[in-house]
Design a protein around this ligand. Structure first.
Ligand SMILES: Cc1cc2nc3c(=O)[nH]c(=O)nc-3n(C[C@H](O)[C@H](O)[C@H](O)COP(=O)(O)OP(=O)(O)OC[C@H]3O[C@@H](n4cnc5c(N)ncnc54)[C@H](O)[C@@H]3O)c2cc1C
Length: 479
């Protein structure tokens, strides 16, 4: 039997893949619900993710999985319009003429930006089409120096800098050019006349998570079950210690300790690397940034765009109006707006503020940008925080990713599918979680040392952190 630590999409995907290969899998999730970072709120209609989520056209594994699980017809491809708020004005930035009209860039800047996003190197006056093919060539190059060298100062200051600051704060200097180029390639399709094509599921990503839970089988999943210890040595993993929280899915005995020590073939850790470190001692050097994201329920729309980056001073990084992507009719006619900010340190005000203080700070920030905004139109302000929302993609990042199979690191029988895995680069995503879950399960399945059970089985908070809470087309490439 394989034990899976974590019931986010990666853990569920790993359990599903192991079972489909004839193995028994038991998934343990610390919190009361599976889903991890894709957890949901209720609305007056369909549920909605606590943190904004969509798919890019280049992400295929998750779409194939949805097909395989019978929910492929629920995957919808919609236009997600982008805009930039600058000098008090919302500038749409999807169609070529909108980009030309954007006042943050001169004509030559726009040309150089377009060349970069199309992968054409025009330095020296002679176009080259292969400069950006090998991302590893840019692993150790700082993103700022790269943009200045490969485009213009106007492109950096007028376009990328505010986006990078919103995404990485004062860590911008550390971020690699390979990350940016990877993001540019990662972003999928654009409809030249309409904007970026993005994916969502009719009914939210919960439809896919539910289908995965059905496929894996509820008997194979225990929620309210935190893995607190692994007994492992050079022979493999012998026992897994689980603390039951009593929240759900167990016998209502908070603090009950269970030891699983019968026939363990391996353990897949599908959680953040700090959980892996606590359980096995494997240290991962990747730094993570936190996220604070409020979901506002409103009587009326704020803008007519999906994704609004803010270049002007504001206490948040982006305004993401979900109901300009998925229609408000799906949510009982309400308009849903995410207000989002990454945080680099627990000392930042957006992290320290309690919900009431944050609401006041962010609604005032919206009023400053949109004087006609009426805070009375906001009927709910719900806040989600996570201290490990995304890696900081520093220079040399790929050398620090955690391998799927940790045998060579002295941990036979331990596999990793969490956010520090290769599949979650150059951007962490649900698709990356599925790919990582599959890859870790495949590594376990191929492992000649692991015994296989031919009896096929039934078909989000991590450890507390320095943040003091349990964590659980081509475009610019920066979101
Ligand atoms: C602000 C934000 C925006 C995002 N936007 C997008 C987007 O637009 N598109 C997209 O595809 N992706 C997006 N993502 C990323 C996506 O949500 C993640 O990549 C994905 O959900 C990660 O899944 P996971 O299973 O690896 O990890 P998680 O979802 O973090 O799951 C790990 C699980 O492990 C559990 N756990 C931790 N410790 C233990 C333990 N000791 N024992 C048992 N269980 C434990 C946790 O409770 C959690 O449920 C976004 C994420 C954030 C934060």
């Amino acid at each position: 039997m394989y034990v899976i630590v974590g019931g986010g999409i990666a853990g569920l995907a790993a359990a599903y893949r192991l079972q489909s290969r004839g193995h028994e899998a038991r998934l343990l999730e610390a919190s009361a619900e599976v889903g991890g970072l894709a957890a949901l709120y209720d609305t007056a209609g369909d549920p909605i993710e606590k943190f904004y989520h969509h798919l890019s056209k280049s992400e295929e594994t998750i779409v194939e999985l949805a097909d395989e699980l019978g929910v492929g017809d629920d995957v919808e491809w919609r236009i997600g319009e982008n805009a930039y708020y600058r000098d008090g004005v919302v500038h749409p930035l999807d169609k070529p003429w909108e980009i030309l009209a954007y006042p943050g860039l001169g004509l030559y800047d726009t040309f150089r930006l377009a060349c970069l996003t199309q992968g054409i190197d025009v330095r020296g006056g002679r176009p080259r089409f292969d400069t950006y093919d090998e991302l590893s060539d840019f692993e150790d190059v700082a993103v700022r120096e790269f943009i200045l060298e490969h485009t213009t100062r106007g492109v950096y200051e007028g376009f990328f800098e505010p986006l990078l600051r919103a995404k990485f704060g004062d860590r911008v200097e550390d971020v690699s050019a390979a990350w940016l180029l990877g993001r540019i390639k990662f972003r999928g399709e654009r409809d030249l006349l309409r904007g970026e094509v993005l994916g969502y599921l009719d009914g939210s990503f919960d439809v896919l998570l539910d289908a995965l839970v059905d496929a894996v089988g509820e008997d194979a999943i225990t929620t309210g079950a935190r893995v607190v210890d692994l007994d492992h040595d050079a022979e493999g993993v012998h026992a897994v210690t689980v603390e039951h929280t009593g929240e759900v899915g167990d016998d209502g005995d908070p603090g009950r300790i269970e030891t699983i020590d019968d026939g363990i073939d391996g353990v897949i850790v599908a959680a953040m690397p700090n959980v892996l470190e606590k359980l096995t001692g494997y240290a991962c050097d990747i730094d993570f940034q936190g996220a604070v994201c409020a979901t506002l329920t409103m009587d009326e729309p704020l803008t007519d765009t999906y994704w609004l980056n803010v270049a002007d001073d504001a206490p948040f990084g982006a305004l993401i109006e979900h109901t300009n992507f998925v229609p408000p009719e799906r949510y009982g006619g309400d308009h849903l707006l995410y207000v989002a900010s990454y945080v680099q340190s627990p000392d930042e005000q957006n992290w320290r503020a309690d919900d009431a203080a944050l609401e006041d700070r962010w609604l005032s920030g919206i009023e400053d940008l949109f004087p006609e905004f009426d805070r009375e139109a906001v009927s709910a302000f719900r806040v989600a925080r996570n201290p490990r929302a995304a890696p900081v993609y520093e220079r040399g990042y790929l050398e620090t990713v955690v391998p799927y199979d940790l045998a060579d690191a002295g941990l036979p029988g331990v596999y990793y599918a969490g956010m520090a895995s290769r599949a979650q680069y150059p951007e962490r995503s649900l698709n990356g979680g599925v790919v990582a879950g599959f890859a870790a399960a495949d590594a376990a399945d191929d492992d000649p040392d692991a015994a296989t059970d031919d009896d096929s089985g039934s078909a989000g908070g991590d450890e507390s952190s320095e943040y003091g809470v349990p964590s659980d087309a081509r475009g610019s490439g920066v979101r």
